[in-house]
Design a protein around this ligand. Structure first.
Ligand code: ATP
Length: 304
């Protein structure tokens, strides 16, 4: 999948702004970004549901949106709200989706039985979708968008309504699909999910502000991370957040995690000492949350 200069305007709002993306087959590619940063709009353009204002897209060797109809036969799209028919049973939801994809009666029956068993839905087959738990709905939505065996699956915040165990199980399913050659594009708010992706794009106000493997993004972070412990941590945090070179702070238990501009550590440390704070100070490796905070904060500021 390739996108070049992808943009989308809604009236005067530029929701997606000049995004370049490249995703290989079988890759699990994550979209990370704050609310309203353009993740859903990007996914919707990539699957041909929304026409870009500018830019070129090629998905599974098809130009989009020109060949969006052909593409729709080869992709699956799972929305944030799962898009289930709540007044239909589990089986009826799957039968309906199979008919939309034009599966023959025999093939539909076979694939529905397989997916009821694979996604642990067989005992729920007569239950109305609207009465199921978040995790069960998620499994049904996944089963539904795989019935026609798509080569590419787009998932828009698929785990926002489910508990941690369901999220783990769900990700195990996603990796099985990737191992079988399915390409996955997943938008998420969760850092632990982003860390699982082979590659990651970070979006901020419609722009691509970072792109790479989670390990590379952490290693190449153009900022330093420090851990502080001591007394008056809350006061130290307030003092630090007022410094321009500090990009972010977070209290984690009895430690304060500080993300700051590269090379600013020594000065910050002595300035904090001069203010009368007593603390232990150590450098610590960056994690994806640091990458996210640095990418979104730095770019956000330059555009104001
Ligand atoms: N159909 C639309 N009409 C007008 N504005 C829209 C439309 N769809 C999206 N937007 C706006 O475009 C921006 C990007 O929205 P989008 O849903 O793509 O963000 P997102 O990163 O997926 O957010 P979230 O994490 O909250 O789902 C937002 O400001 C949103 O209000």
């Amino acid at each position: 999948m390739e996108a070049r200069g992808l943009s989308r305007d809604f009236g005067s709002l530029r929701a997606v702004d000049g995004v370049d993306l490249s995703v290989k087959r079988g890759e699990v590619y994550g979209f990370l970004g704050p609310n309203g940063s353009g993740k859903s709009t990007t996914l919707r353009m990539l699957c041909g549901l929304l026409r870009p204002s500018e830019g070129q897209i090629r998905v599974l060797d098809l130009p989009v949106p020109e060949q969006a109809e052909e593409l729709k036969r080869r992709i699956g799209y799972m929305t944030q709200k799962f898009s289930l028919y709540e007044d239909l049973t589990v089986s009826e939801n799957l039968q309906f989706l199979a008919s939309i994809h034009g599966l023959s009666y025999r093939l539909a029956k076979q694939r529905i039985e397989e997916s009821l068993s694979r996604y642990r839905l067989d005992k729920l087959r007569r239950q109305l979708a609207g009465t199921m738990s978040g995790g069960q709905k998620q499994r049904l939505a996944l089963a539904g968008c795989l019935l026609h065996q798509p080569e590419l699956l787009l998932l828009d915040e698929p785990t926002s309504a489910v508990d941690p165990q369901s999220r783990r199980d769900f990700w195990a399913e996603l990796f099985q699909l990737a191992d079988a050659g399915v390409t996955l594009l997943v938008s998420t708010h969760y850092m632990d999910e982003a860390e699982r992706c082979h590659r990651l794009a970070i979006l901020e106000r419609g722009r691509l502000v970072a792109d790479g493997t989670p390990a590379d993004l952490c290693r190449e972070l153009p900022a330093d991370v420090f851990s502080l412990s001591g007394t008056r941590l809350r006061e130290a945090e307030t003092w630090l957040t007022e410094r321009n070179e500090v990009l972010g702070t977070a209290q984690i238990g009895s430690h304060l995690r500080v993300l700051a501009e590269r090379g600013s550590g020594d000065e910050l440390r002595s300035a904090l000492s001069n203010e009368g704070f007593e603390f232990d100070w150590s450098n610590t490796p960056a994690n994806l949350e640091d990458v996210f905070v640095a990418a979104t904060r730095a770019k956000g500021e330059t555009r104001q």
